[in-house]
Write a protein of this length. Structure first.
Length: 224
């Protein structure tokens, strides 16, 4: 799609937030990734274009996930948890997302983040969130025009609220309707939440299935 190619080409050159630019470019490889060339730029979203009806929204790329691999929700433990759920619901051809060339095909979804660069300690500032929403995230919503949004975590939900301009409180497993879009809320699939059982796989699967039903995505397994 023309808009998407242009969007990505502009996004990956963004240097609007000095603190994020400094951090993303200075992340040292973990021992198991030594020898890999890290992406270290704003991380592109991806998905089933132009057929996406559901936006999956995270807060920001992980330092050793998207910031390493160059694709949102790819290459870290949060991505693997999310993709097990996407595979179980038939939205992904494989139960993992490890690299840009892993052959994963997704159906009916667009995977993105409120903030496009990995932030220190996974915590962007309010100014950085506003900058990314204004420069990039709101534009994505306008182009994708999703029927449903799945916000992964409280801060991601706050970013969706900022982009769309509504008020609501976050509660895991809940949803809110705004201008024909239903926004579903889930805890983020971070190790802190998944290893402690705060977020179980069946919980995320249930939320994704609710989003699928609302968006009219059906239940057919995507082909590998």
């Amino acid at each position: 799609m023309d808009w998407y190619s242009d969007f990505i080409s502009r996004l990956i050159t963004c240097r609007a937030c000095p603190r994020l630019v400094s951090y993303r470019e200075s992340v040292k490889p973990l021992p198991k990734f030594i020898g890999e060339t890290y992406w270290r730029r704003p991380v592109p979203p991806w998905g089933d274009l132009p057929n996406a009806r559901i936006m999956i929204v995270g807060l920001a790329p992980a330092a050793h996930g998207g910031n390493r691999t160059g694709r949102m929700f790819t290459g870290d433990s949060s991505a693997q948890f999310l993709f097990r759920a996407l595979y179980e619901t038939g939205l992904s051809s494989k139960p993992y997302s490890v690299s840009r060339d892993d052959g994963v095909i997704v159906r009916c979804i667009y995977i993105t983040s409120v903030v496009k660069c990995a932030p220190p300690n996974n915590r962007p500032t309010g100014e950085e969130i506003h900058t990314c929403v204004g420069n990039w995230f709101r534009y994505e919503i306008e182009r994708i025009r999703p029927r449903a949004i799945v916000a992964l975590g409280h801060i991601a939900f706050e970013g969706v609220k900022l982009a769309l301009g509504f008020r609501a409180e976050f509660w895991h497993g809940g949803y809110v309707d705004f201008n024909g879009v239903r926004i579903f809320m889930s805890y983020h699939p971070s190790p802190r939440n998944t290893n402690t059982g705060r977020l179980k796989l069946e919980d995320l699967v249930r939320i994704l299935r609710m989003a699928m039903e609302y968006a009219g995505c059906g239940s057919t397994q995507v082909s590998a």
